[in-house]
Design a protein around this ligand. Structure first.
Ligand SMILES: Nc1ncnc2c1ncn2[C@@H]1O[C@H](COP(=O)(O)OP(=O)(O)OP(=O)(O)O)[C@@H](O)[C@H]1O
Ligand SMILES: Nc1ncnc2c1ncn2[C@@H]1O[C@H](COP(=O)(O)OP(=O)(O)OP(=O)(O)O)[C@@H](O)[C@H]1O
Lengths: 216, 216
């Protein structure tokens, strides 16, 4: 089970921290403001007051024990950059950083953040898609009847093409994408694409159909 | 084809406006700042300088002709609320409003916004989900290479089954759902389902493949 730390409990950081915690993960929330820390302490595993631009503070929090650290400091771009740099130098495995501007994002990427998030810009893209595609994705994600799941390709499917497997016809399932063992994601795979060992299919369908497939 | 207007060209508003436009929709961008309007004029259909809290300004822009209006005014909560109220009173069909705080969101909902967006909070939830289970839908939605679009079923497809149309094989497109004329949504349609007159296919695929299909 992975351990997460969130630095900067603004609206974005608070949301990441509490959502991860509600999903059953261990979460440490860090902020330089006591008020912010007190406000979140019941909604995460631990919460600590600290200045993340201090290497000593980060070390004393055992930050290198965390698999993923999310840097969600907003207004103070310098603090965001310095914190990210420190985390990289301390050897944190995976760093997610929120950026205010494209330039801020470029700097974060260059100094080693593994994923950059632009909440306003990214949500804008998502809302635009929702408005055009009749909320089908929301419909799928929010509907209790449907699920999107990852299924490790079973032995009998290896070497077969999607056309041969005919999942839509046989199981009423739709293969949205295939993620290969090297983590590459093939979205809307072609009918002739063959399953490889170690592939993971990302499939959408009605719950009972998904259950049926996993039982095979 | 629906007409969209976006009021408030901050990072969120700019992103909604340009994404909708890139997807082939008509978009009017409105902002009280000339600099903002000049900055977006090449990336939307039209851009206008106006104060959205003025009913006269909204009327002169023909705001009631728009199917969807997105209110993405940020810091000025009063302007956001007043604009939303005016749009509702003028009879705009569907209003999306961005909120800064939960309280702001509650007010917007009460005065008639159809959808409230909390970019930082909503992205926090999405990022948390992404960190726990690679979310292909985000990958699709945020990738500039892929689109999810609605395509009105052309005459030559009516009466044919998905299997016969073989869109995945012939066009590298994945039919996520079919919305029939009575607005019912059939998610993960079966391979034997036949297209009806008036059906709309909701399709995901690479942009060039989607262009190719719409040209047919
Ligand atoms: N050096 C630091 N160490 C720890 N926390 C910090 C540091 N600098 C800023 N923070 C915290 O980061 C949090 C988020 O920053 P801020 O509120 O400026 O961002 P924001 O972009 O407005 O946030 P959001 O948009 O997510 O609500 C604040 O609670 C702030 O106290
Ligand atoms: N009354 C108004 N009429 C038209 N535009 C307005 C009005 N009030 C504010 N705006 C515009 O709304 C835009 C977005 O507002 P602002 O920059 O305060 O929001 P923000 O929350 O920082 O945006 P984002 O987070 O999306 O970048 C600004 O470009 C501003 O000029």
């Amino acid at each position: 089970p992975r351990q997460f730390a969130v630095i900067g409990i603004g609206r974005f950081g608070a949301s990441v921290a509490t959502t991860l915690y509600e999903m059953g993960n261990d979460v440490l929330a860090i902020d330089s403001s006591e008020a912010k820390v007190e406000g979140i302490v019941d909604k995460v595993t631990h919460a600590a007051v600290a200045d993340s631009t201090s290497e000593i503070a980060l070390k004393s929090l055992g930050i290198t024990n965390f698999d993923v650290v999310i840097v969600s400091i907003g207004q103070d771009i310098q603090a965001s950059i310095l914190t990210t740099l420190l985390l990289k130098e301390l050897g944190v495995g995976y760093i997610v950083a929120k950026a205010r501007t494209m330039l801020h994002g470029k700097v974060l990427q260059k100094i080693g953040a593994d994923r950059i998030v632009f909440p306003e810009r990214d949500m804008g893209i998502r809302v635009a898609h929702n408005l055009v595609a009749a909320n089908v994705l929301d419909f799928i994600e929010l509907s209790p009847e449907y699920s999107i799941v990852e299924i490790i390709v079973p032995q009998y499917m290896v070497g077969k093409s999607l056309r041969e497997l005919d999942l839509r016809a046989r199981h009423d399932l739709n293969v949205l994408a295939i993620r290969s063992a090297d983590k590459k994601i093939n979205v809307t795979p072609a009918a002739t694409d063959r399953m490889q060992r170690g592939d993971v299919m990302i499939v959408v369908g009605k719950n009972d159909k998904i259950q049926a497939l996993s039982r095979e």
